[in-house]
Design a protein around this ligand. Structure first.
Ligand SMILES: [Mn+2]
Length: 335
């Protein structure tokens, strides 16, 4: 399950909002003093940059916890003119905005993972604050990242997602509770709970269990994808309006879900098995993202961090009138 917070960035007062929301999430996640301090610096610098150079935008904070690592993913998204000279902007002390110019350089220094994508459509800055937990030497085979953003006016998001990773298998869930608000969030949270208890099972089996478990809720659309990178296979099962697709440098392929609403009406569960290319990128999202998104106007973005790709998709292809969620995953060796 993700912790997710979005802060609109409009003027200099937004920086204080962002800092406060970030401090609360750091406390909830249990980040230590050093990591929480790093997060605060990154959040303030990223928010300030988006306001000064990007004309405003939004800050999306995503918290995840596993037995290996606690993470706060920080994304600052603006639709400004873009950064003309990125390598220069990354140098400490360089600024075009009449400020000390510590922004991007400071963010990169404090972050455990840093990435930035800037073109004429805007700038997306990604920084991850990562706190190792019990087993810091653990290496994931796949690298998932995701974000959920509620419809404006709601604090709870009716979309959610979860994943379970080990050395040779990765399984992910994206769920969209019917409608929005607290009852949609209840349905989505219940789906996440069942998924987490049953993540060792096959996608079709998990979908069937969700159908039974969600009868007492409002219902949901959901899809589950299981990737075995060594054997190069992906198994997918879904019911309702969750989109899934595989991108690579050579292909783009849609994954199939059946119609229905889990918990209410489901024609049948069917698993689809397809090839998972070594350089594959899995993109899954709710109907809070336009189905006709296209990254052709974003040269080089497929080589970037999954969280950055998810952030740009959300920024540029979001439908305003619904909760939105985007999950992007690639092989850890492809990053
Ligand atoms: Mn929806």
């Amino acid at each position: 399950m993700l912790l997710s917070q979005t802060v609109p960035l409009s003027d200099s007062s937004s920086t204080a909002d962002a800092r406060r929301v970030g401090a609360r999430m750091a406390a909830t996640l249990g980040l230590n003093e050093t990591k929480a301090g790093d997060a605060a610096i990154v959040i303030v610098e990223a928010a300030r940059n988006a306001v000064i150079y990007g004309g405003g935008g939004q800050l999306v904070l995503t918290g995840t916890k596993s037995k290996y690592e606690t993470r706060m993913d920080i994304l600052a998204l603006d639709k400004g003119p873009g950064i003309a000279d990125l390598s220069r902007a990354l140098q400490d002390g360089y600024s075009t905005g009449g400020t000390p110019g510590t922004g991007l350089g400071a963010i990169r220094r404090k972050a455990d993972v840093f990435d930035v994508f800037s073109n004429a459509k805007g700038t997306a800055v990604f920084a991850r604050i990562a706190q190792p937990e019990t087993s810091p030497e653990h290496k994931y085979s796949m690298e998932p990242a995701g974000l959920t953003v509620p419809i404006s006016g709601e604090t709870l998001c009716g979309d959610n997602m979860a994943w379970d990773l080990n050395a040779d298998r990765c399984i992910v869930l994206v769920v969209d509770g019917l409608g929005h608000g607290p009852l949609a969030a209840d349905a989505a949270n219940e789906a996440v709970r069942i998924f987490q208890a049953r993540s060792d099972e096959a996608p079709g089996s998990i979908i069937s269990r969700l159908h039974d478990a969600l009868k007492k809720t409002r219902g949901a659309a959901a899809a589950v994808a299981e990737i075995r990178p060594q054997s190069g296979t992906l198994i997918y099962a879904g019911v309702g309006n969750i989109s899934g697709s595989i991108l690579s440098n050579t292909l783009s392929r849609s994954l199939v879900s059946h119609n229905g609403t889990l918990g209410h009406v489901m024609a049948r569960v069917q698993e689809f098995k397809v090839e998972w290319p070594r350089d594959g990128i899995l993109v899954m999202h709710s109907d809070g993202l336009l189905s006709r998104w296209d990254l052709a106007g974003y040269p080089g973005i497929l080589a970037r961090q999954p969280a950055l790709i998810a952030g740009v998709l959300l920024r540029d292809f979001r439908r305003d009138r619904d909760d939105s969620s985007v999950l992007v995953m690639k092989g850890a060796s492809a990053i």
